[in-house]
Design a protein around this ligand. Structure first.
Ligand code: GRF
Length: 200
């Protein structure tokens, strides 16, 4: 694939602000030698799909509601990824665990962003507001964001980048989440740029 443009497929389930950071990073040149080829959502009607459509990027919706059998759902996702000539996958707020078959097909080329300092506040059940609630309940003085490779576990793959943010005594889940999210937008762009170089 040397010298070719790296096709990134971004998997989403919600707001898509990390997707937006990636698309902006490609547009600004912070991410070079890559394009977002596909945005695949596990849910219909989410803002992430609107962001992709506004940018003229192909979209797909592969939901558990439409494909309740995991094997079929996995096959449909794999087909969509292949049709987009996917070289690299970014899980950006994707709220489903990626099936092992997909991990095997793209091993070393899938990254995920998690809104805590892994290995703290991560793993099964730690998603969305629950992560920040857990940080506040633990009385941690700092939190942050982590980008890591995806393996067959939940938030267990090798860490690529991690950045800390402070936790303030008057923080709520909302204020902490918003501080962490800003950091996510910075490190996801850096991490994608690093991985594109490795893929190329
Ligand atoms: C982010 O905090 C991400 O780390 C988490 O879900 C949130 C998604 O945000 N997994 P967005 O959809 O990128 O705006």
């Amino acid at each position: 694939m040397s010298g070719a443009i790296v096709n990134i497929s971004v998997l989403v389930s919600g707001g898509g602000s990390n997707l937006q950071a990636i698309m902006d990073g490609v547009a600004s040149g912070a991410i070079q030698g890559a394009r977002v080829a596909l945005v695949l959502s596990s849910k219909p009607g989410v803002c992430a799909l609107e962001r992709a459509e506004n940018a003229g990027i192909d979209t797909a919706i592969v939901s558990a509601k439409d494909y309740p059998a995991e094997a079929e759902r996995t096959a449909v996702i794999l087909n969509r990824l292949a049709a987009a000539n996917t070289d690299m996958i970014v899980l950006a707020g994707y709220m489903s665990v990626l099936p092992a078959e997909i991990v095997r097909a793209y091993r070393g080329r899938i990254i995920n962003i998690h809104p805590s300092l892994i290995p703290k506040h991560c793993g099964k059940g730690y998603y969305g507001e629950r992560v920040h609630r857990s940080v506040l309940d633990a009385g941690d003085k700092e939190s942050g964001a982590t980008v890591h490779f995806v393996d067959e576990g939940v938030d267990t793959g090798e860490i690529i980048l991690q950045r800390k943010v402070p936790v303030f005594p008057d923080d709520t889940v909302e204020t902490l989440a918003s501080r962490v999210l800003k950091t996510e937008h910075e490190i996801i762009v850096l991490a994608v740029a690093i991985c594109v170089n490795k893929c190329d």
